[in-house]
Ligand binder design. Structure first.
Ligand code: HEM
Length: 118
């Protein structure tokens, strides 16, 4: 079965969504401080992995791996929700249907418990 990732043109389209998403995240004081000490390249890598994950592309993560990666950040629901909101806006901006957006958001939600409060 083809993934949303393939449906939207794979890496090339993802890069465009990432740029847009990246601007939204950096403009948002709720979450931008988490990336203050992260170098730009790593930050972009994070956003790309995040979007690819949401759309079912390569880089699928286990909850265990995600809980380790976000260890020490003590991420709260408000942070997670802000990221989800920006993902939604970015996908809407690129004309992704509500149906497909729901699928992407469900995917991201599945990791909420592994990422929060670590
Ligand atoms: C389903 C949701 C998420 C996924 C799939 C995800 C994915 C990842 C991955 C793969 C890394 C490893 C670092 C890398 O590849 O460069 C990472 C690191 C990180 N994530 Fe997430 N993430 C999620 C949610 C969040 C949220 C909600 C925040 C904060 C608002 C966040 C902030 C960070 C930060 C600050 C790093 C460390 C970057 C660094 O190395 O300095 N993540 N994330």
């Amino acid at each position: 079965m083809s993934t949303l990732y393939e449906k939207f043109g794979g890496e090339e389209t993802i890069a465009k969504v990432v740029n847009y998403f990246y601007d939204l995240v950096l403009a948002d004081d709720t979450v931008n401080h988490f990336f203050k000490h992260t170098d730009m390249e790593k930050q972009r890598k994070h956003q790309t992995k995040f979007i690819s994950f949401a759309l079912g592309g390569p880089n699928q993560y286990s909850g265990g791996a995600m809980s380790k990666v976000h260890e020490g950040m003590d991420l709260q629901p408000a942070h997670f929700d802000a990221i989800v909101k920006h993902l939604r806006s970015a996908l809407l901006h690129f004309g992704v249907s509500e149906d497909d957006i729901s699928k992407a958001l469900n995917k991201v939600e599945s990791l909420r418990g592994d990422i929060l409060y670590k």
